[in-house]
Design a protein around this ligand. Structure first.
Ligand code: DQA
Length: 165
């Protein structure tokens, strides 16, 4: 069964009790359940992981890329937490590999402190989902699933330019 890697960075193990006004009440286990349900609708399984260590995230991106090369891994959903704003190593890892990586943030980082506005990952991400809470992971999986047919509505347009139903 094709697998989507869902990788979580530092402090995301504390979801549910960490700043609930910013990150919500859902725990990381709740996020995992959301991801499994979303992936299952596409016939995918989920490899769900969390680490507080930057190098582990780098290793996992490499691992996902090897799986992608053999057709076993469809893509990566990555919430790199604070490493988003600091990590050249994660930028380089994402740039080095062919597996699509969707960057996710639970909070709207652009509505927060200026140091959260810059992402080293965004320029090398397949897409970005920001500010939709835990549902952002679901949207990211959906985005990954639609990448193969990203312009399906456009393709159905007639000469009028209006989408056919
Ligand atoms: C976060 C946003 C980051 O700025 C922060 O360091 C996190 C979580 C989010 O999901 O909103 O740890 O990635």
């Amino acid at each position: 069964m094709p697998t989507v890697f869902v990788l979580n960075g530092p402090n995301l193990n504390l979801l549910g009790m960490r700043e609930p006004g910013v990150y919500g009440a859902q725990t990381l286990a709740d996020v995992e359940a959301l991801c499994r349900d979303a992936a299952a609708t596409h016939g995918w399984s989920v490899d769900f992981r969390q680490s507080n260590h930057e190098g582990a995230l780098v290793d996992w991106i490499h691992e996902a890329a090897r799986g992608h090369a053999t057709g076993e891994v469809t893509g990566v959903i990555l919430n790199a937490g604070a490493y988003t704003h600091t990590s050249v190593a994660l930028h380089d890892a994402m740039k080095a590999v062919a597996v699509p990586v969707v960057e996710v943030h639970i909070s709207n980082v652009h509505a927060r402190a200026p140091f959260r506005h810059h992402s080293y990952l965004s320029p090398v991400a397949a897409g970005i989902v920001v500010g939709f809470g835990a549902n952002g992971y679901v949207l990211a999986i959906e985005g990954l699933a639609r990448r193969d047919a990203p312009h399906s509505t456009v393709a159905k347009k007639g000469k009028t330019g209006k989408a056919k139903r």
